[in-house]
Write a protein that binds this ligand. Structure first.
Ligand code: AMP
Length: 229
């Protein structure tokens, strides 16, 4: 470990601010989690923050529940405010991995403004690409424990006992937004609202493309070598 708390690597960045972009099912979450562990920086997952608010039935949760269930995007002002508050917390001093934010050009502008105010810069924006067919299979097979939240997959990580969590024995359920029709809608929303971020970040020289149609291990290695440059 170094004095700034980052894990020592062969290139030892002092801070690291990454954005992961990708359609539902691209494996963004898995990669963000691994990168967070590897670089010892927090992973900020907008979707998880919204789901947590829904579970706790906070005013924010009540406001966004219907939006998430339908696979639509939460309005930019709400999302930017939520993330600005999160990025200002102490654990983000050495950087962060943004997983699921920004998702619109409006949010990317909001993030840019926030970074400018703090005199910070992004190091890289990684766009993970995947075919629609593969994305559908990955998303619709996901099952989450209703008790502890552990992730399973009917095809890639089937539970030892059908319908029950391997970790705690809780009942497995499908997230409402992983139902086939909602995944299709989320895919459509991604194409329409989020893909404009690709030229947006390309123009700033920040965009790096990654092929996500490969096993997670390979995608992780590819990402690490891109960050390393
Ligand atoms: P995810 O788990 O990243 O697929 O996010 C689940 C849902 O949370 C999305 O379908 C949206 O309804 C909402 N959400 C997550 N991130 C954002 C964002 N950056 N902007 C607007 N809505 C979001």
């Amino acid at each position: 470990m170094t004095d700034h708390g980052l894990r020592t690597t062969d290139y030892g960045p002092k801070s690291l601010r990454l954005v992961l972009i990708g359609p539902p099912g691209a494996g963004k979450g898995t990669q963000a989690e691994r990168l967070a562990k590897h670089f010892n920086i927090p992973r900020l997952t907008t979707g998880d923050l919204f789901r947590q608010a829904i579970r706790k039935e906070t005013p924010l949760g009540r406001k966004v529940k219907g939006i998430l269930d339908a696979g639509h995007l939460v309005p930019d002002e709400i999302t930017i405010a939520l993330m600005a508050e999160r990025m200002e917390q102490k654990d983000c001093e050495s950087g962060f991995i943004l997983d699921g934010f920004p998702r619109t050009v409006g949010q990317a502008e909001g993030l840019k403004q926030w970074l400018e105010e703090k005199k910070l810069k992004l190091d890289s924006v990684l766009a993970v690409a995947i075919s629609q067919e593969e994305a559908m299979a990955r998303n619709t097979g996901r099952r989450q424990c209703s008790h502890c939240g552990a992730a399973h997959h009917l095809k890639f990580h089937p539970p030892r006992k059908e319908g029950l969590c391997d970790k705690c024995g809780g009942a497995l359920m499908q997230r409402p937004d992983d139902r086939e029709e909602t995944v299709r809608e989320r895919w459509r929303v991604y194409q329409q609202q989020t893909t404009p971020l690709i030229p947006f970040y390309q123009k700033q020289g920040l965009l790096q493309k990654v092929d996500g149609n490969r096993p997670p291990e390979k995608v992780f290695k590819a990402i690490c070598s891109l960050i390393k440059g």
